[in-house]
Write a protein that binds this ligand. Structure first.
Ligand code: ZN
Length: 351
């Protein structure tokens, strides 16, 4: 129901009382145990069919927190309004979730988020990764069109959080055979970064070492929608890439930001913003690097699309209703986006 419709027949005195009541009780109203599921049922279509077998779902009472439950008429699977959403199994209220999402958009540390919301450091860690995971689909839907600037950024490998038994074995002794990777070391993680004329941004971990045409195809290539040209340094990877996709290549001589007509100053600006932003976190595991890049893209995009205040409301309703639930234990099992055996090839199997 629209807010305008609720209040259109009220007299001004009641409206003012209504307003005062809301202000006074705002915090209580937003922290009831079913506050999150209310948000979900407002924004999302009611569940009607079973996802497993397609049969009709029937209402099946409510949980003790007032969340609607359903049962499948065929396979008897039970679910609730919050199943598969980020708040599934969460006992925290909307008020707290909203505040945490707000904290995350402001880039607060885990410890500060824990203190401010009186939750444990572990809960703070889990929620941060759940929210970052939920941003994935938002970022995946961004397409680039028209004139595009593109460049790469290289990161050092960080194995923070990797279990001992999964660490690559290596000895200090290096092989004498020369590395097939010249210039950029294959110990560096390559991130393709591109921006179009409408500020749609792509930051994608593509692999190890110098960026290749295949890496570009696998990242930027999948994001193109009516693209016309790419401005990039004169690396051959871009020449082949632009030929494949029928794009005009505006090559910038390496070491320069401009060729006199086109430039890559915008994407270079993004790189320095990204560096400043990432430096707030104490070392980011390569395993989670893409999540942090998605986080940056999310904030960047939302700032371009909405006023600051709107970002918060848009963010929590969006993050809450999206089907992007990741179990806490799976956070640790997110796949390494790079092949450690390649990175450490010259150290492994030494005799
Ligand atoms: Zn079913």
């Amino acid at each position: 129901m629209k807010i305008e419709e609720i209040i259109k027949d009220l007299d001004p005195v009641t409206i003012i009382e209504f307003k005062n009541y809301i202000i006074e009780h705002l915090s209580d109203l937003c922290s009831t145990k079913n506050s999150n599921s209310k948000v979900i049922s407002r924004f999302k279509e009611r569940k009607t069919f079973c996802e497993k077998c397609g049969y009709k779902l029937h209402k099946n009472g409510k949980t003790k927190n007032g969340v609607q439950k359903y049962i499948c008429s065929n396979c008897k699977v039970t679910l609730s309004e919050t199943t598969n959403t980020i708040i599934c199994h969460s006992k925290l209220s909307f008020e707290i979730w909203r505040n945490i999402i707000d904290n995350l958009l402001n880039g607060f540390s885990l410890r500060r988020i824990a203190e401010e919301n009186t939750i444990s450091l572990l809960t703070s860690f889990r929620i941060r990764h759940k929210v970052l995971y939920a941003l994935k689909s938002f970022v995946e839907n961004i397409k680039l069109s028209g004139e595009i600037q593109s460049d790469e950024k290289y990161f050092s490998i960080n194995l923070k959080g990797t279990k001992k038994e999964n660490m690559p074995r290596y000895s200090k002794k290096r092989t004498s055979t020369s590395s097939p990777y010249r210039g950029i070391s294959h110990h560096k993680v390559c991130v393709v970064s591109s921006i179009d004329e409408k500020d749609n941004l792509l930051l994608k971990v593509v692999g190890l070492g110098r960026c290749t045409t295949d890496m570009l195809k696998d990242s930027l290539g999948k994001k193109l929608n009516n693209a016309k040209s790419v401005t990039a340094d004169s690396a051959s990877a871009y020449q082949d890439f632009c030929e494949t996709y029928n794009l005009i290549l505006n090559a910038i001589p390496s070491g320069f930001h401009s060729n006199g007509i086109s430039n890559i100053s915008e994407i270079n600006g993004i790189h320095s913003q990204l560096e400043t932003w990432l430096s707030k976190f104490r070392g980011i595991s390569t395993r989670h690097l893409q999540e942090y890049l998605d986080w940056f893209v999310y904030i960047f995009t939302m700032k371009k699309r909405f006023l600051i205040n709107k970002i918060k409301t848009e963010s929590y309703s969006k993050i809450l209703i999206d089907k992007n639930y990741i179990k806490s234990k799976d956070i640790f099992n997110i796949k390494m986006p790079i092949d450690l055996n390649v990175a450490y090839a010259e150290y492994i199997n030494q005799s």
